[in-house]
Design a protein around this ligand. Structure first.
Ligand code: ZN
Length: 143
């Protein structure tokens, strides 16, 4: 979970919203919740898929950048196909993915955990590792 600073959509007072991602039943989800101390507006938003950029950036700031690495190099074509389906990648993006294999994704920790579970459902072992300061622009270009 992370927080973002925003303005209350009702009264424009500054407030802090809690934001986060989760993955349940093979689906990535995100949420944003806040309560305005000025007007009492309480809002809970959640949806399936990738969160808006502002939320995703806050999660990466707070929890770092992570990546998914496939364990078995022999699973390359199958793994790329699974990731391509999960992320709805174009053919060009799928080719970029082949170039960086066995890394197949970089993003938030929960997104990586989600993709690891998607790969494992197809029988492909993968690890989620902390990228630290090393950034791979693949996921950013996807947005
Ligand atoms: Zn308000």
């Amino acid at each position: 979970m992370a927080t973002i600073s925003m303005q209350c959509p009702d009264c424009s007072a500054p407030l802090t919203a809690n934001v986060g991602e989760s993955h349940i039943d093979g689906k990535l989800r995100w949420y944003q919740s806040y309560r305005c101390s000025s007007c009492g507006n309480a809002t809970e938003l959640d949806d399936i898929g990738f969160p808006p950029d502002s939320i995703r950036a806050a999660l990466i700031d707070e929890l770092g950048y992570w990546q998914v690495v496939v364990v078995d190099a022999n699973e390359k074509s199958k793994a790329v196909q699974v990731i391509r389906n999960a992320l709805a990648l174009s053919l060009v993006d799928a080719k970029n993915l082949i170039a960086i294999f066995p890394r197949v994704y970089a993003g938030t920790k929960v997104e990586c955990a989600w993709l690891k579970s998607v790969l494992e459902q197809s029988g492909i072992a993968a690890n989620v590792i902390d990228s630290g300061a090393v950034t791979m622009n693949f996921a950013k270009e996807e947005r």
